[in-house]
Design a protein around this ligand. Structure first.
Ligand code: NDP
Length: 304
C-alpha cells in the first residue's frame, strides 16, 4: 500500500513551530506582520486570502487586509506598495493574484521590497534561490521540500523529475530539489516522450494544471508522487474518469456539484511508494510556508 503524505498534519506541525517562535519574539516586543492585498471581489482568491488572514490570527501574526476596488490603477497600487514597504509593522506583503487586466502585475510585484516579498517572486529573491543562498523562497515549492524532509523521504542522489516550469512552482521546485542534491530534470509542454522521462523519476513533481495528466504508465513503481495540481471538475463524465467506484468522493461530488482532482491520475497513486493526495497534500503547505516566510522576514529585517 502506498504511503499517504499528509499535508494537513505537516502544515499543522509547521504552524505550531511558527506560533512558538512568534511567542518568543513577542517576549522581545516584536510582532511579525503581514499585509494581504486583495483587489476586487473574486470568489476563489477571496477565500484564499481570508484563509491566510485567519492563519495569521491563529498564529499570533498581525495582519492587515487591504481591499482596493477592482477599478484601481497600476499607479495607485504602486503607491500602496510603497506605503507598505515603509511601514515598520509590516514584514510581509502579499498581493493576491490574479489582478485586474489594467494593473501591471509584473511592475507591481517588482516594486515590493525584496525583504518583504514573502511570496518569493521578486527577481532578487529568485536570484538568491538560484545561488542557493538563504532567502524567501516561493511558498508552494518550499512546502514540497518540507513534505519530503519531514516524511523522511530521501532527496540527495535521487532523480527528481519536475513536470512544469512556471516561475512560481516548477522552476523554484526544481532549484530547491537541486540544492537538496537531487539529480533534477525539468519537463514542459515541448518535452519529447515525456513518459520515458517521468518513468525514471524517484520523485515526480506534477505542476501542470491538467487534471489527471500523469497516468499509471508514466510512473515508476515505488516512486514518490508530489501532486501540485488543483483542478476543479464539475461534470459527471469527468468525475467517473478519475473517481469511479470511490463512494466517499462521490457523496462529496453529489453534495457540492464539483470536486478537485490533481495533475496525477488517482490510478497512478496506486503504483507509488508515497504520494501527496489532492486535496490535503501540497495545498495546506502553501499557507503554512507563507506564515513561516512572514516570521523569517520579520527576523531577517531585524537581524535576528
Ligand atoms: P502554469 O500554467 O503557470 O504552468 C504549467 C506548466 O505545465 C508549464 O510549464 C507548461 O509547459 C507545463 N505543461 C502544460 N501542458 C503540458 C504538457 N502537455 N506536457 C508537459 N508539460 C505541460 O501553472 P502553475 O505552475 O502556476 O500551476 C500548476 C498547477 O499547480 C495548477 O494546477 C495550479 O492550480 C496548481 N497550483 C497549486 C498550488 C498549491 O498551493 N497547491 C499553488 C500554485 C499552483 P510550458 O512552459 O511549455 O507551457
Amino acid at each position: 500500500m502506498p504511503r499517504i503524505l499528509d499535508g494537513v498534519a505537516i502544515a499543522a506541525e509547521i504552524k505550531r513551530e511558527v506560533a512558538e517562535e512568534v511567542r518568543t519574539l513577542a517576549a522581545q516586543g516584536v510582532r511579525p506582520g503581514l499585509a494581504a492585498v486583495l483587489v476586487g471581489k473574486g470568489a476563489a482568491s477571496e477565500i484564499y486570502v481570508r484563509n491566510k488572514v485567519q492563519a495569521c490570527a491563529d498564529l499570533g501574526i498581525y495582519s492587515d487586509l487591504i481591499t482596493p476596488l477592482d477599478t484601481v490603477t497600476t499607479e495607485e497600487m504602486l503607491d500602496l506598495v510603497a506605503a507598505l514597504n515603509d511601514r515598520d509593522d509590516i514584514d510581509g506583503i502579499l498581493i493576491q493574484l490574479p489582478l485586474p487586466h489594467q494593473v501591471d502585475a509584473k511592475v507591481l510585484l517588482d516594486a515590493i521590497a525584496p525583504s518583504k516579498d514573502v511570496d518569493g517572486f521578486h527577481p532578487v529573491n529568485a536570484g538568491h534561490l538560484l545561488a542557493g543562498r538563504p532567502a524567501l523562497a516561493p511558498c508552494t515549492p518550499a512546502g514540497i521540500i518540507e513534505i519530503l524532509k519531514r516524511s523522511g523521504i530521501p532527496i540527495a542522489g535521487q532523480h527528481a523529475v519536475v513536470v512544469g516550469r512556471s516561475d512560481i512552482v516548477g522552476k523554484p521546485a526544481a532549484l530547491l530539489l537541486l540544492h537538496q542534491n537531487a539529480t533534477v530534470t525539468i519537463c514542459h509542454s515541448k518535452t519529447h516522450d515525456l513518459g520515458a522521462i517521468t518513468r525514471q523519476a524517484d520523485i515526480l513533481v506534477a505542476a501542470i494544471g491538467r487534471p489527471g495528466f500523469i497516468t499509471p504508465e508514466m510512473v515508476k513503481p515505488g516512486a514518490t508522487l508530489i501532486d501540485v495540481g488543483i483542478n476543479r471538475i464539475n461534470n459527471r463524465e469527468e468525475f467517473d474518469r478519475y473517481f469511479a467506484g470511490n463512494t466517499k468522493r462521490e457523496a462529496a461530488f453529489v453534495k457540492r456539484g464539483s470536486t478537485i482532482v490533481g495533475d496525477v491520475h488517482p490510478k497512478a497513486f496506486e503504483l507509488a511508494g508515497a504520494y501527496t493526495p489532492v486535496p490535503g497534500g501540497v495545498g495546506p503547505l502553501t499557507i503554512a510556508m507563507l506564515m513561516a516566510n512572514t516570521l523569517r522576514a520579520a527576523k531577517l529585517r531585524r537581524g535576528l
